[in-house]
Unconditional design. Structure first.
Length: 259
């Protein structure tokens, strides 16, 4: 997917989320993010989209100005829907104003901020709609191709140089000597091999024999890999090999402590 396609999905997913949360109980717990309420989830989604819109639209090469202008969500749940829809539209407009090689801060440690952030917002929108579904008792469905894209975002982000350097707990847990994990979506084109090395986790897009393989429908694989559903609650997934190696991976694959 390209930047424009990612942002189209961001708008679609956010609009669906907006309809779900409109007027709902702000204090409702979010089971998949145990420290969050529904208000926290709405605030995170909308504020993140606005922050990224500032980073990209204003071509920021460091993030402090965007962080300083954090825009919290409305206190009134009746205002959530319009606020979320507006934030996604602002993000789409910001990305339309730049090229993929426009210099923008890239926390992954790479040098491609615009593509990084377009994919990151896409992954965020897909995963956090799953959080809303869990909080509100809604059915979560996601097209296999979109689920593959969100898995790609999650795995790329978690195995990036920036994540390794900024999360020493993660780095210490993931140091290895070649242990491999294979993730395989069976209903869309998506396979990844993660290899634990002493100073990084190397991610390849390939089919290969691994120490542990987890395979099944892309949406279900996304929920498990992103820690939104326990593996034991995902009957559509098949595990072959060293289950303990996968459990260790999941234990440390958290993007933010609270969610």
């Amino acid at each position: 997917m390209d930047t424009s396609a990612y942002l189209n999905v961001v708008v679609e997913q956010t609009n669906t989320l907006a309809g779900w949360v409109h007027g709902r109980d702000a204090a409702a717990p979010v089971p998949t993010c145990p420290k969050w309420t529904l208000a926290d989830l709405v605030d995170h989604v909308g504020a993140t989209q606005r922050m990224v819109a500032m980073l990209v639209g204003e071509r920021m090469t460091e993030p402090s100005s965007a962080y300083a202008r954090y825009v919290p969500g409305p206190a009134d749940p009746a205002e959530w829907s319009a606020w979320l829809i507006d934030g996604a539209a602002e993000a789409k407009q910001a990305f339309a104003s730049v090229a993929d090689d426009t210099p923008v801060w890239d926390p992954s440690g790479g040098d491609a901020g615009v593509p990084f952030w377009s994919r990151r917002l896409f992954g965020e929108a897909c995963v956090h709609r799953a959080d809303a579904a869990a909080a509100l008792g809604m059915r979560y469905e996601l097209a296999p191709e979109s689920a593959v894209g969100a898995i790609e975002d999650w795995l790329d982000t978690m195995t990036s140089r920036g994540y390794w350097e900024n999360r020493p707990d993660f780095a210490d847990a993931m140091r290895g000597d070649g242990q491999t994990l294979h993730f395989h979506a069976t209903d869309a084109s998506g396979e990844w091999l993660a290899r634990r090395e002493p100073d990084s986790v190397v991610l390849e897009r390939t089919h290969a024999t691994a120490d542990v393989t987890v395979r099944g429908p892309a949406a279900e694989l996304l929920l498990v890999v992103s820690r939104r559903r326990p593996l034991d609650a995902a009957p559509g997934l098949e595990v072959q090999g060293d289950r303990a190696l996968f459990d260790l991976w999941i234990e440390h694959m958290d993007w933010v402590t609270d969610g």
